[in-house]
Design a binder for this molecule. Structure first.
Ligand code: ASP
Length: 448
């Protein structure tokens, strides 16, 4: 058990992800990190993640147990694996903790057909008890402090008040991530990876000065290291720059984790449990761009462009709405709509045009666009990749766009679409999918 030094009033929330808490050895690192700063008084753990590449996350085992129970099958073999993970950790840490009744109760409820959210939440709920024992902290069941309203959204007022009240004063607390209580009084989870969201909510409720999110990488890199192996780490990024980057698929952090802390201006620090001396990435409200106008470059494949052309379309009231209505009717969101005087293009993700296991929608969409606006032509260009080059103020920094497009031209990349957005912090270009790595490397070399 740790000795808890007295805190100076500064309060930090430390959330540890699945790989950080996967084994007894990992948890010893967690203990050292928490002990190193007395301000780390609120700890939010995930369920044990993969201990090695071929391992299964405890949360996945729990969903599997739920599925077996729903089919009337015996969950004992899967439950045995869940128990073993916890018991190995307890033994490895040398804790004297009897989880027998807690495990038996969870097993019985899941076997009896308890809901999926209840089953999945047990990973965090039970692991929280172990982490609290290790850290000498008070355990607070997330079901007692995280509340959802009737629409399934976070009941902010009730949640923040409960967290503030239960964590007031001194002492160390462990609040498991990923779940809370629904308006009907049932256990309800966030979406997968949701312990990040709990960490942010706890930071907001307790009015922390910092939300540390400890994971297995030292923060974000400027771009995909599979394309640019020497990609530099991002030391500082704003909440909104991160949104632009995560929208393109650079996810280290659950995308909903930004919102609770953003409103209160609480920075998030992404840190590496395995390299605690690395500073990681700091996510802040504003930053001084200095020389570093571009903070990150994110690219994703899998888009199709539908080009609608009609002479004098710019004078036709309601043209854009009628085209977008077609997408809405088919339940397809769009990414961008670049326009010319007689052209309107729709950039749509293939995921939505060809939903897995369902009929492709493209032909129907084109037919409906023809019927809706009687265009001169409708063309389709599949196989497009989008690249977002993101950085606060870059659009105002003279010459940024010129540098970007010169770099692409020199690399012989044909730019098929440009969208500067109105946020003044990103330039999006569309290129052939096969050009994606070349384009990202060229932009990185220009701005890194
Ligand atoms: N254990 C949950 C999951 O695997 C939540 C989390 O780890 O953030 O999705």
């Amino acid at each position: 058990m740790s000795s808890i030094p007295s805190s100076t009033g500064r309060l930090v929330v430390a959330k540890f992800g699945g790989t950080s808490v996967a084994t007894a050895d990992q948890l010893r690192k967690v203990q050292r990190i928490v002990d190193a700063d007395p301000a780390r008084r609120l700890v939010v753990p995930s369920a044990p993640g993969k201990a090695h590449a071929k391992d299964t996350k405890v949360t996945d085992l729990l969903y599997l147990a739920h599925e077996l129970a729903a089919k009337g099958q015996d969950i004992a073999p899967v439950w045995g694996q869940v128990e073993k993970r916890f018991l190995d950790i307890i033994a490895g840490l040398g804790l004297t903790l009897d989880l027998g009744p807690t495990l038996a109760e969870a097993k019985a409820r899941i076997q009896a057909g308890g809901p999926a959210d209840y089953a999945a939440s047990r990973g965090e709920a039970i692991h929280g008890v172990i982490v609290a024992a290790l850290l000498g902290a008070t355990y607070i069941d997330a079901a007692e402090v995280v509340f959802f309203d009737r629409n399934g959204r976070l009941d902010e007022g009730r949640t923040y008040a409960a967290i503030a009240q239960r964590t007031a004063g001194s002492g160390r607390f462990v609040i498991p991530g990923f779940y809370g209580t629904s308006a009907a009084g049932e256990v309800k989870t966030f979406s997968r990876g949701g312990s990040d969201v709990t960490g942010a909510i706890v930071a907001r409720g307790a009015n922390a000065v910092l939300y540390e999110n400890w994971t297995d990488v030292s923060g974000f890199l400027m771009t995909d290291p599979r394309i640019v192996p020497e990609a530099k780490p991002i030391t500082e990024v704003t909440y909104s720059e991160l949104r632009e980057l995560s929208y393109m698929g650079a996810s280290v952090l659950h995308e909903e984790a930004v919102f609770p802390v953003r409103g209160a201006g609480i920075p998030i620090n992404i840190r590496n449990t395995n390299k605690p001396d690395d500073a990681g990435t700091m996510i802040v409200a504003t930053r001084d761009p200095g020389h570093q106008v571009v903070v990150g470059i994110a690219g994703t494949k899998g888009f199709t462009v539908i080009n609608v052309e009609k002479a004098l379309m710019n004078g036709e009231v309601g043209f854009g709405r009628r085209v977008l209505d077609v997408l809405e009717h088919h339940g397809i969101p769009y990414e961008h709509t670049p326009t010319g005087i007689d052209t309107l293009s729709l950039v749509v993700s293939d995921r939505h045009l060809n939903p897995p296991g369902r009929d492709a929608k493209l032909d129907d969409v084109i037919e409906d666009i023809r019927a809706a606006v009687r265009p001169d032509s409708v063309g389709v260009s599949p196989g497009m990749a989008l690249i977002a080059t993101v950085g606060q103020g870059m659009v105002r920094a003279t010459g940024t766009a010129a540098r970007l497009f010169t770099a692409l031209a020199k690399a012989r990349v044909n730019v098929r679409m440009i969208d500067q957005g109105s946020s003044e912090q990103n330039i999006i270009v569309g290129v052939e999918e096969s050009d994606l790595p070349t384009a990202i490397r060229a932009i990185y070399n220009e701005f890194a």
